[in-house]
Design a protein around this ligand. Structure first.
Ligand code: PMV
Length: 313
């Protein structure tokens, strides 16, 4: 059996993070320049069913069964085994690597899960269909934070821009033309669970205020969708600015994100916002096709630790 490799992209949320956890729609897109990669290497000399996992970035080099039962990598392997339903599997080593920054709002955890589920199921002779890959990755996402909306696993597994709403079938989004987006990293890692958990507490203490904020975000998402349908890409800029303001109101931004968002606007971006869980991680800026480099340089000169200029199609 030859070795087998699968990859999965990072992602950005263009509109609607956090409100999406509370049933509102959101728009997300894959980012192909950064990817998680899982290489399945056959180990014919080892006993059946042994799965060795090597993931240097998170310091893992051990048998899958030695990992904590709630470890996402272990859960992902066990979910594949359960889905395939066989009793015996040829032994393998899984080599996991990723160029997606961890805990930074770009979906690194979901991308590793998707790549692992794809690679392992294909290697063991039964490549799972995309909806099942996404569903299994969603189960793993629950270990990262208790109430994931499912947007990360969906956009990453389908690898297409989507309008996502919890519990609804996915809608692939047809873009009127390419969108140029600059992604700027604050360099601050912040687990999604933290921002999601704090927001939940605040919502429980004062649901009216937060429901109103989620409704405001929902309207922004609808307006963005209409702008895309009308082919009016620059109109997305002010909508991004508004979305960022509502995320600030929710308490999920931070000084560094606000600073990079301002820098991007001053450097000529049409609009900018944080993307993902917030409290650190990455922001995004929508720019004209020829302005990507200038905005990226401005972000780097004002404290961004890394930038990606990406084209969403
Ligand atoms: O995992 P992140 O940081 O990319 O954020 C995902 C988006 C949230 O809306 C904050 C959480 C969710 O489950 O949708």
């Amino acid at each position: 059996m030859p070795a087998f490799t699968a990859t999965a992209p990072g992602k950005i949320i263009l509109f609607g993070e956090h409100a999406v956890v509370y049933g509102r729609p959101a728009i997300a897109a894959p980012v192909g320049q950064v990817r998680a990669r899982v290489n399945v290497i056959p180990e014919p000399m080892r006993p059946d069913n042994q799965v060795h996992i090597v993931a240097p970035a998170v310091g893992v080099d051990e048998q899958m069964t030695d990992l904590h039962p709630e470890a996402p990598l272990r859960r992902a392997v066990e979910l594949v085994q359960a889905a395939l339903g066989a009793k015996r599997y040829p032994a393998v080593t899984l080599r996991i690597s990723s160029t997606i920054p961890v805990a930074s709002g770009l979906g690194s955890g979901a991308a590793v899960s998707v790549a692992l589920i794809r690679a392992l199921s294909a290697f063991w002779g039964m490549p799972l269909p995309v909806e099942q890959v996404s569903a299994l990755a969603y189960e793993v996402e629950k270990l990262h934070h208790g109430t994931p909306s499912g947007i990360d696993n969906t956009v990453i597994a389908y690898e297409t821009p989507v309008v996502f709403r919890r519990g609804r079938t996915i809608e692939r989004l047809q873009l009127p033309g390419p969108l140029t987006v600059v992604i700027g990293n604050t360099g601050i890692t912040s687990p999604t669970a933290l921002a999601v958990g704090d927001l939940r507490k605040a919502w429980q203490a004062g649901p009216e205020r937060y429901e109103a904020l989620f409704d405001a975000v929902s309207q922004i998402v609808q307006a963005a969708r209409t702008a895309l349908e009308n082919g009016d890409i620059p109109a997305l800029g002010p909508l991004m600015d508004e979305n960022h303001a509502r995320l600030v109101d929710m308490g999920v931004s931070c000084t560094e994100l606000d600073c990079l968002v301002d820098v991007a606007r001053q450097a000529g971006a049409w609009g900018a916002k944080l993307s993902g869980g917030g409290r650190g991680g990455n922001m995004i800026a929508l720019v004209g096709a020829s302005d990507g480099e200038a905005v990226a340089q401005a972000l780097l000169s004002k404290g961004a630790t890394a930038v990606i200029v990406t084209t969403i199609r």
